[in-house]
Design a protein around this ligand. Structure first.
Ligand SMILES: Nc1ncnc2c1ncn2[C@@H]1O[C@H](COP(=O)(O)OP(=O)(O)O)[C@@H](O)[C@H]1O
Ligand SMILES: [Mg+2]
Length: 263
């Protein structure tokens, strides 16, 4: 029996063009599976439909064709068992860090003593002990991102969906966050689908890299990355096999980038 937690089965998506009868085909027959405990990176050019795919897994959008299956059941409404870490941290500015992280538990009616314990655990897991009473404006961008991840971890989702979560961070903060995410995912055995447009980030973090084409997007390759763990996030080239893994992704992805065109 397969141990797939999440399966994208022949996903297609057409969006209406505003003010026109025509539609735009965004995704065209995308199929791939995510196994329990796996880290899958999805890479593709801007506008190819990466965020759209995650929205489908979260049940926020029904695909035009095909279906997403979570634990063998088609996702047809909001999927409360997945956690979503958006590109921007989106913490509520008028709530403290602890209150922000507590929110999903409040919405689920978790008792106060358990809420306290789980908020403390989630903040500890992302290295934010001692900042419980800080408001988002009093935290750095990296800390806000950690808070956003803690808010997802706190309700122990079955799968964590991350949409270019580190895109807006500076280069150093980003490496530290990648390293922390690796530690977290190794310790917790989490199942993660991670959207990025950064090949190095995808290769360093993932067990599999799914490469999508430009719109209308097709799956170009699903590449296993067998580098030993833990991987060195700070010196990518020191990981044995990194070059070959990067090449495997780049060879497929390069056709999707207009090299030499004036941007
Ligand atoms: N709700 C929507 N209505 C119409 N078009 C949309 C909608 N959501 C996304 N799109 C279009 O679908 C394409 C893919 O969007 P998106 O999934 O955000 O791409 P990516 O995350 O890969 O950059 C874009 O061209 C975007 O304009
Ligand atoms: Mg996107």
């Amino acid at each position: 029996m397969s141990d797939y937690v999440l399966a994208f089965d022949g996903i297609g998506q057409d969006f209406p063009m505003p003010g026109q009868r025509a539609t735009i085909r965004v995704l065209d027959g995308i199929s791939f599976d995510v196994e329990r405990g796996q880290f899958v990176a999805v890479i593709g050019p801007s506008g190819c439909g990466k965020s759209t795919l995650l929205q489908m897994a979260a049940g926020l959008l029904r695909p035009t064709r095909g279906a997403v299956h979570h634990r063998g059941r088609a996702v047809t409404s909001v999927n409360t068992e997945v956690g979503f870490v958006p590109q921007q941290a989106q913490l509520f500015p008028w709530k403290s860090l602890a209150e922000n992280v507590e929110l999903p538990l409040l919405l689920r009616g978790v008792a106060v003593s358990e809420r306290r314990e789980r908020v403390a655990g989630a903040l500890n897991a992302v290295g934010l002990d001692g900042f419980e009473r800080h408001f988002p404006s009093q935290l750095s961008g990296g800390m806000q991102k950690r808070g956003s991840i803690a808010r997802t971890l706190v309700y122990r989702p079955d799968i964590i969906l991350m949409d270019e979560p580190f895109g807006a961070l500076d280069a150093q903060t980003r490496m530290v966050m990648q390293n922390d995410l690796q530690t977290l995912s190794l310790q917790a055995g989490a199942t993660i689908v991670f959207v990025t447009h950064d090949i190095t980030e995808a290769v360093l973090l993932a067990d599999h890299v799914v490469v999508l084409s430009q719109r209308p997007s097709r799956l170009l390759a699903n590449i296993p990355i067998d580098l030993p763990r833990p991987r060195n996030m700070f010196e990518p080239f020191r990981n044995t096999g990194f070059e070959a893994a990067y090449d495997a992704v780049w060879t497929v992805f390069r056709s999707q980038i207009d090299i030499g065109r004036a941007h």
